[in-house]
Structure formats: structure tokens, C-alpha cells
Design a binder for this molecule. Structure first.
Ligand SMILES: Cc1ncc(COP(=O)(O)O)c(C=O)c1O
Length: 226
């Protein structure tokens, strides 16, 4: 934060973080010992957290990126209808944009299976697989998914977002000379999956199969295009 604040917000952050004039010179705070000894001086640095967060929120509002989420209550058996608890009171609305495309999440058989499983095994994941093991119904689901898709195995993730991000990141990490071709308007989960690894990236605009094929044709053969 100290080096080169780019915009108004960062420069205000930087100025809020400035040490008081009584702060020790840099050379003195280089060792851990000196750091500990200067605790008292450092605690004198005043950081106004509320102002920082207010500033960040103001910026979000200014850029029209401050989100207000709809307060919704779905109505089982009446898909795609829901109650919107709007600021002016509850109101019935139609929701077409969830990932419950066919209303299966409220199908009586699905709800019944969940109630039966919860009655037998309780609710909650109980922790990650690493710590608490895998819930047996998930193992059964993975077997069923693998069979359905004719695959050796399946792995269930907590959301579509996490599966995209992790799947792409893992492939990009493992493949030598990996080149990711990504539509500029791809879902953020895919874009994030391509970040933070050694794979080369190429983004093209929304698309045109010709854009993709010209990208592919330009690739050297060892990038594993097929
Ligand atoms: C292409 C794509 N990938 C991933 C997601 C995220 O899925 P989820 O809501 O299960 O995290 C969405 C959600 O809209 C999507 O459209």
C-alpha cells in the first residue's frame, strides 16, 4: 500500500496508515528485536477502521457496484413462484434465474429423500472431507453420477463455482505447456480457475467460432491442441 497509490481510495488508505512523526527510522525497525521494543510506538499509529470501510463502501456505491440482494422465499410446489420480502412488504414474484432450472429442488421425491436422510443422519456436513470424512450419501451420489456419465469416478463439489475454479486450475497446473483459451465474458469461476498458475492465457471476445479457430491455428503444435 505504501508504494504508488493508484486511485483516490488507495491514497486515502495510504495516508491513514502513515506512521506518526515519532515513529522509529526504518533501519531501526529492521530486526524483530527492534520491532518488539517499538511496540509502544507502533500502537500509537492510529488506524480508523470505520473510516476505511466507509470509504470502500462509498466507492462501491459510486461505481454502482454495491449489491442489494433480493430477500426471497421459494414456494415448494409452486415453481417458479416465490415471495419477495421487498422493502415495501412481501410480494409474490416469478424467479427464472436460479440454477434450479426444472424446479427439481422442490420435487416431492427430492424433498422426501432429504427429510428421510436428515431424520436418520442429522443435518450439516460436519466438516470438510479432510477432517470429518465423506457423508455416505455423497459417496452414493458420486457413484451414480459416474455411472450416469460413463466415467471411472465422480467428485462432488460444494458449488458450480468451486468445481469450475478447481477443475480448470488443476488441469492447467498438471498439463505441460498448457494454454488456456477463454472467452472474455466467461463466468468468473472459469476466469479465476485460470489465474494463479503457470499456464499461458489467451482471451478472445465474445464469440465467434472463427475467433476460436484462428486462436487455435496460431498455436504451436506442442501446446497439445486437438
Ligand atoms: C457457467 C457457470 N458456471 C458456474 C456458475 C456458478 O454456479 P453455482 O451457483 O453453483 O456456484 C454459474 C452460475 O450462474 C454459471 O452460469
Amino acid at each position: 500500500m505504501a508504494g504508488g497509490a493508484k486511485d483516490g481510495m488507495s491514497s486515502s488508505f495510504a495516508s491513514s496508515l502513515e506512521a506518526p512523526s515519532s515513529a522509529p527510522p526504518m533501519a531501526e525497525i529492521m530486526s524483530m528485536e527492534a520491532l518488539n521494543m517499538n511496540c509502544a510506538a507502533r500502537s500509537a499509529i492510529h488506524l480508523d477502521y470505520s473510516a476505511l470501510f466507509d470509504l470502500a463502501l462509498d466507492q462501491l456505491r459510486e461505481e454502482r457496484r454495491y449489491r442489494v440482494f433480493a430477500d426471497l422465499e421459494r414456494l415448494a410446489g409452486r415453481f417458479p413462484h416465490a415471495i419477495w420480502h421487498s422493502p415495501n412488504g412481501p410480494r409474490e414474484v416469478v424467479i427464472w434465474c436460479s440454477n434450479d432450472y426444472l424446479g427439481m429442488a422442490q420435487h416431492p421425491k427430492v424433498v422426501g429423500a432429504m427429510v428421510e436422510a436428515a431424520s436418520r443422519m442429522g443435518t450439516g456436513a460436519g466438516g470438510t472431507r479432510n477432517i470429518a470424512g465423506t457423508n455416505h450419501p455423497l459417496i452414493e451420489l458420486e457413484h451414480e453420477l459416474a455411472t450416469l456419465h460413463g466415467k471411472e469416478a465422480a467428485l462432488v463439489f460444494t458449488s458450480g463455482y468451486v468445481s469450475n475454479q478447481t477443475g480448470i486450475a488443476t488441469i492447467a497446473k498438471l498439463l505441460p505447456n498448457c494454454l488456456l483459451l477463454s472467452d472474455a465474458l466467461n463466468h468468473n469461476s472459469m476466469i479465476e480457475g485460470g489465474c494463479g498458475n503457470q499456464a499461458r492465457k489467451s482471451r478472445y471476445g465474445v464469440t465467434t467460432t472463427s475467433g476460436i479457430s484462428s486462436n487455435c491455428c496460431a498455436l504451436p503444435i506442442h501446446t497439445g491442441r486437438s
